[in-house]
Design a binder for this molecule. Structure first.
Ligand SMILES: Cc1cc2nc3c(=O)[nH]c(=O)nc-3n(C[C@H](O)[C@H](O)[C@H](O)COP(=O)(O)OP(=O)(O)OC[C@H]3O[C@@H](n4cnc5c(N)ncnc54)[C@H](O)[C@@H]3O)c2cc1C
Ligand code: SF4
Length: 495
């Protein structure tokens, strides 16, 4: 039984982040972490008080926010009771990688928590992180190799959270699984998109160790459907495997085709962030694209933009400005955004705490260059919404100096050239790889999971899709499957 009065005794509290002036000098997690060898991590007793705030509601609305169907009140109570072994069992029952969501999820579950009616939800995400971190520390996360092997071969293309979840589920079901990744390391956006200060790569690596020990094979530096030396052709892929899971992500960045776009110094966010990640790991002293000493403008006010902001500060930018065409979100839920839907409110991420300026309701008219063909400024103006469209506010044009511009305006879908084209896969109306209710693409035996099929989304959805697609693949290979399918391909977040 949960402590039904815990929320009356304890206020919501989060662990403190490291001081800005300290953390800005390194790339480590903004929170004190055991991975960094820090002693003064958040006291477990404080975390257990937070877990005690969960009421174990008769109708746990937190469940409605989470596509994984996480058993939140159950593991909240187990954390409260200091039962970390049982807590990780319940956590892993629905989520292969709670450490990724525990660090990185925007936590729609907290938005749906009944205590969020009072703006003080249970700190579900922090409790999730603590359970899995304790479990790794205490040696409770062990390889779960299958007792029997089916002899069926599955290729997973792409090693982001969707591909990894599918691979782990299918390996544990006894299939021979090979994950192909074109980058030099495994992890997808967890490796080269999301910066070290949000989740240290050691967190990813310890999970990959478990997967390798279970029998999942990883092949890196190979573009499936590519034409380079060492790449794997679409024919080889189909010929050598009984089923394929395409989990290649939505990697095509949205561009801004305004005059001056051709100037040097203007880059998509995902051209910039991988270098920052390599710099964080000590692989690069002098990244080819760096914010060092520059005035940086980031176009796009979302999470990717915030990652560019934090990276720019750590590289030593002179100034950083983040532009957003939408108006600033309200501090409280607006009408039309009621509990238990996700609150669309102003958020201050760790990167925003570290400095920089955020400008809302502004549009970029053109990029202005210097005599050497390098960007020197943006010509921007204010906008207002008129009948759903953005209209320029006349007389508000001004120049914003910038020697580095980062475009962080989202992604338009999966890469068409290469595998999608050579396999002859059809796309849906939104530019994602089309699939049926069983996650199968328009070519039999090819399944699609994660951002490649859903479009730009979240890690929690990628894991849920990887798990569900694995269930569909297992059924395709063996006739039936006991693997869970937490979501359908068309499931959407609570609205
Ligand atoms: C900068 C950034 C920050 C983000 N931060 C967060 C966050 O904090 N929280 C959150 O929930 N979500 C975040 N997201 C979104 C989240 O990362 C994605 O939704 C998620 O990673 C999608 O997982 P995926 O497995 O579908 O694809 P990805 O993670 O994109 O992985 C796809 C992988 O497939 C590989 N690949 C593609 N084609 C081929 C091929 N033909 N052969 C071999 N390999 C191939 C790619 O190299 C890539 O490694 C962020 C996204 C970005 C861009
Ligand atoms: S809604 Fe909140 S208080 Fe209720 S069970 Fe879920 S986490 Fe606990």
């Amino acid at each position: 039984m949960a402590d039904s009065t815990g929320f009356l005794k304890y206020e919501r509290a989060m662990p403190p982040r490291r001081p800005v002036d300290v953390r800005i000098l390194d790339w480590k997690d903004v929170y004190l972490s055991r991975q960094s060898g820090e002693d003064a991590v958040y006291p477990v007793a404080a975390l257990r008080q937070q877990a005690a705030r969960c009421m174990d509601c008769g109708i746990p609305f937190c469940h409605h926010g989470c596509p994984l169907g996480n058993l939140i009140p159950e593991w909240n109570d187990l954390a409260r009771r200091d039962d970390w072994r049982e807590a990780i069992e319940r956590l892993h029952a629905t989520n292969n990688f709670p450490e990724f969501t525990g660090k990185l999820c925007p936590a729609p579950c907290e938005g749906s928590c009944v205590l969020n009616l009072q703006d003080s939800p249970v700190t579900i995400k922090q409790i999730e992180w603590e359970i899995v971190d304790q479990a790794f520390e205490r040696g409770f996360v062990e390889p779960q190799a299958p007792a029997e092997r089916t002899g069926r071969k599955v290729a997973v293309v792409g090693s982001g959270p969707a591909g990894l979840a599918a691979a782990q589920q299918l390996t544990r079901a006894g299939h021979d699984v090979t994950v192909y990744e074109r980058a030099d390391r495994v992890g997808g956006l967890l490796r080269y998109g999301i910066p070290e200060f949000k989740m240290e790569k050691s967190v990813l690596d310890r999970r990959l160790d478990q997967m390798r020990a279970e029998g999942t094979r990883f092949v890196t530096g190979v573009e499936v459907g590519g034409s380079g030396e060492g790449d794997l052709s679409a024919e080889q892929l189909r010929g050598e495997h009984d089923a394929v899971v395409l989990a290649g992500g939505a990697t095509v960045g949205r561009d801004l085709p305004v005059p001056g776009r051709e100037l040097a110094g203007i880059h998509l966010a995902m051209e910039f962030l991988p270098f920052g990640n390599r710099q964080a790991l000590g692989e690069l002293d002098d990244p080819p694209i760096s914010a060092k000493g520059l005035d940086v403008v980031i176009i796009g006010g979302g999470d990717t933009g915030a990652d560019c902001l934090g990276t720019s500060h750590r590289q030593g930018a002179r100034s950083v400005t983040q532009l957003e065409i939408m108006p600033a979100p309200p501090d409280k839920r607006a009408e039309g955004n009621p509990w238990p839907t996700y609150p669309m409110i102003m958020r201050i991420s760790s990167a925003h705490e570290e400095g920089g300026e955020r400008l809302y309701s502004v549009n970029t008219e053109r990029f202005l260059g210097d005599d050497d063909g390098h960007v020197r400024a943006l010509l921007i103006h204010e906008v207002r919404r008129v009948e759903g469209r953005f209209e320029k506010v006349e007389g508000t044009e001004r120049e914003l100096p910038a020697q580095l511009v980062l475009l962080a305006m989202g992604f338009t879908g999966a890469q068409r050239e290469g595998l999608v084209e050579t396999l002859g896969l059809e796309l849906d109306a939104r530019g994602n790889v089309a699939r049926d209710g069983e996650f199968m693409a328009t070519v039999p035996g090819v399944f699609v999971a994660g951002d490649a099929g859903r479009g730009q989304s979240l890690i929690v959805w990628a894991i849920a899709e990887g798990r569900a697609a694995a269930g569909a693949v297992d059924a395709y290979l063996t006739g039936s499957s006991m693997l869970p399918r937490p979501v359908t391909p068309t499931a959407v977040a609570l609205r």
